[in-house]
Design a protein around this ligand. Structure first.
Ligand SMILES: *[C@@H]1O[C@H](CO)[C@@H](O)[C@H](O)[C@H]1NC(C)=O
Ligand SMILES: *[C@@H]1O[C@H](CO)[C@@H](O)[C@H](O)[C@H]1NC(C)=O
Ligand SMILES: *[C@@H]1O[C@H](CO)[C@@H](O)[C@H](O)[C@H]1NC(C)=O
Ligand SMILES: *[C@@H]1O[C@H](CO)[C@@H](O)[C@H](O)[C@H]1NC(C)=O
Ligand SMILES: *[C@@H]1O[C@H](CO)[C@@H](O)[C@H](O)[C@H]1NC(C)=O
Length: 408
């Protein structure tokens, strides 16, 4: 889910100051005294967190468990590279959050309630629906508590409890969002302190494949076919996980607009891809002239469902890797159809949404690769997602790869 930074500034309510993005901080669980020598000898192992798939027609979001409070309450969150804060629904949110597992601050002896209330607006939402008129808004109260992810625990973590939310969040099978933005220097510091590299690995998979996974402080070499190809974050990244792209090709063709330099954001919390209107329409035109804006949902495009099987939609993004070498990441045709529109099920929504000034790819690309998010190195790495033989046809395109390992 991509944070709309501008609205954060404007969102202060009468009750208090607006929430400032705070990087998530993690620290290793305290070891009993006798174990300190053992801890010194060997760094903590990277932590794996299994991820579940929120699936309606297509893969929408991947989420996993964290625990909050004393004694720990288990809640699930989307690990979201498009945002920076930790927030989850609490008992203070009544009816609007009734369908979700809520955190109960009154049952945590370590919870400290803050007195700031703010709103968080998103530019991309939970599913494939475009964000229309700021319809994805969370009302949040700040606070502090103990938070654990895998084996890593931090006391007095800055967080936000969600006390109200707009209706499109109602369907969430998870309780919140853990922002993994690239400026998470606190996460980086903590991992380094534990002898781990300041990075994380993500394996997103189609629902039918399962076993999606987040790895903190390392990456899981059993989940991809090496080598990893790395690319430095875009200088224009503006605190986002974004890479420089010299061109986009659709079905082997491009246009002057698509072949121009741009910086593309990688957001693990968005399922569709999102571009400005001109880029979206240039891409759609290379797939089919019959893909049209869907008037009832501004920002979404669609085509008669019975026409989709005959379409080809291989989208190839070129990126500038380390040393200036160009490499390619592809989205296969199988991602084109994201399902029928509710208001007209004869029309199927297509993969690309439009939003002003946004250039972003998400789960529909990431699930075809293993991805490494290197906070310390301010770079990203990709490798073919080796376990999915059916997808390897599409993911064998990485060229100029460099072998790179962590910790040994
Ligand atoms: C989260 O924890 C619950 C039990 O509290 C478990 O049923 C569920 O499978 C876990 N989810 C994931 C993705 O590990
Ligand atoms: C928790 O952190 C906040 C902000 O840094 C601080 O004001 C508060 O005193 C801390 N509480 C404890 C118990 O450490
Ligand atoms: C919660 O948000 C909705 C809009 O989604 C609003 O209509 C409602 O008044 C809010 N409730 C409270 C208690 O602020
Ligand atoms: C695109 O960026 C590359 C550097 O990454 C630069 O060499 C090239 O001149 C740029 N092209 C345009 C049209 O700006
Ligand atoms: C989109 O294209 C139109 C027509 O070519 C042009 O006038 C407009 O400036 C373009 N918009 C952007 C944001 O580039």
């Amino acid at each position: 889910m991509l944070y709309l930074l501008c609205s954060l500034v404007a969102a202060g309510l009468a009750a208090g100051v607006v929430a400032t993005p705070q990087p998530i901080q993690l620290t290793a669980r305290k070891m009993p005294r006798g174990h300190i020598a053992a801890l010194r000898k060997r760094a903590l192992e990277p932590v794996n967190v299994p991820l579940a798939d929120f699936f309606i027609n297509i893969d929408l979001q991947w989420f996993g468990n964290i625990s909050v409070g004393t004694p720990p309450q288990t809640i699930s969150v989307v690990f979201d590279t498009g945002s920076f804060t930790l927030e989850f629904v609490s008992t203070e949110c009544g009816a609007p959050c009734a369908g979700q597992v809520v955190f109960d601050p009154s049952k945590s002896s370590t919870f400290i309630q803050g007195n700031e209330i703010g709103e968080l607006d998103f530019a991309t939402g939970v599913g494939v629906d475009p964000v229309i008129n700021n319809d994805y808004v969370l009302t949040e109260r700040n606070g502090f508590d103990t938070v654990s992810v895998g084996g890593l625990t931090v006391k007095n973590q800055s967080l936000f409890t969600i006390i109200n939310q707009t209706a499109p969040f109602d369907i969430d099978p998870f309780s919140g969002i853990l922002g993994m933005g690239c400026t998470s220097s606190a996460l980086a510091e903590r991992l380094i302190k534990e002898g781990l590299p300041a990075l994380f690995g993500i394996l997103l998979t189609p629902k039918a494949v399962g076993h999606a996974e987040l790895t903190l402080g390392g990456f899981d070499e059993s989940k991809f076919i090496g080598p990893l190809t790395f690319a430095p974050l875009s200088a224009e990244a503006d605190d986002q996980w974004a890479l420089d792209s010299p061109s986009i090709t659709v079905n082997g063709r491009t246009t002057p607009l698509l072949a121009s330099n741009r910086s593309i954001i990688f957001d693990s919390g968005t399922s569709n891809i999102v571009f400005d209107q001109n880029t979206t329409e240039a891409m759609n035109a290379l797939i089919s002239p019959d893909i049209k804006p869907f008037a009832a949902e501004p920002g979404a495009y669609g085509i008669a469902c019975d026409k989709i099987p005959e379409l080809k939609a291989e989208i190839d993004f070129a990126f500038i890797g380390e040393g200036g070498k160009v490499f390619h990441l592809k989205i296969p045709t199988s991602e084109l159809n994201v399902g029928p529109f509710k208001s007209d099920p004869t029309i199927c929504q297509t993969l690309i949404n439009t939003f002003p000034d946004l250039e972003l790819v998400g789960g529909s690309l990431l699930k075809h690769y293993y991805s490494v998010w290197d906070i310390g190195g301010q770079r990203m790495g990709f490798a073919p997602n080796g376990k999915h033989h059916s997808l390897s046809h599409y993911t064998s395109q990485i060229v100029n790869g460099v072998r790179w390992r962590v910790g040994h």
